[in-house]
Design a protein around this ligand. Sequence first.
Ligand code: ATP
Length: 233
Amino acid sequence: MNLLELRDVRAAYGRITVLHGVDLAVAAGQVVALLGPNGAGKTTVLKTAAGVHPPSSGTLLLGGRDVTGAAPRDLARAGVCLIPEGRGVFPNLSVRDNLLMMTFTGRGREEIEEIAFSRFPILAKRASQAAGTMSGGEQQMLALARGLATDPAVLLLDELSMGLAPLVVGRLYEEVAEIARQGVAVLVVEQFAAAVLGIADQAAVLVRGRIERRGHPDDGLRAELSTLYMGSS
Ligand code: ATP
C-alpha cells in the first residue's frame, strides 16, 4: 500500500503556481527519486508532503487517509519526517546535544543514541564535537540520525548530496536504502541523479511543476536525464 500519496497536487506562492497537478506515490519499503532541474518545484513537493506548504488544490494521503491541509506537527506525529536541504543540524551544539533534542519524541536519550550510533558509528566518535565542525557527510549522517529518532514512516530527503563527494554520497544512499528496507517510505529529491538512481525503485522527473517522465531508473531513464535535464549527472 502507498504510505504517501499526492494526487493532482497544485501549489502556489502568492499568485504564482509552481506545481501544476503532481501525482506521486511512495509505498512502505520503497525509495522514490524525484529529479529535475533547478526551480522545478522539487522542494515544494516535499514541503507539501510535510504540511509546511499546503497544496492550493489536490489531495495528500498518508496511509490512505486524507490529510490535506494538516499541520506540519500533526503530519510529523503521524510519521512524516522532512530532512531539509542544508541538513538542519545545529552547528554550535555537539553531536550528543543535537541527538538529545530529539527526546521530545518521547524516546529516551540512550535509545536515540543507540539508533544513531548503530547506524552511523562515526557519530559516537564525534559525540562531543560541535556538529558544525564535522565534515559535510558526517553532518548529513547526523541529520539522518535525528530523523530516524522520530521513528518515521515516511522520510523526505532534500538534496542529500549537496556539496558532498560522490563517494560520501554513495555511502549515505546505501544507508538510505537500508532504512527503506526496514519498511520506511522514502522520497528523495535530487538535482543530480546518479547516486540516488542506484538505490531508487522508481524515479520521476519534474520540470516546471509537472512530472514529465517517470519509471524505473533503468539505463534509458539515466541516459535521458543526463542529456535532457541534468547536464552531467
Ligand atoms: P532547487 O533545486 O533550486 O531548490 P526546486 O526544484 O526544489 O529547486 P522549489 O524550491 O520547489 O524548486 O521552487 C519552485 C519555484 O518556486 C521556483 O521558481 C522558486 O523560485 C519558487 N519559490 C520557492 N519558494 C518560494 C517562496 N517561498 N516564495 C516564492 N517563490 C518561491
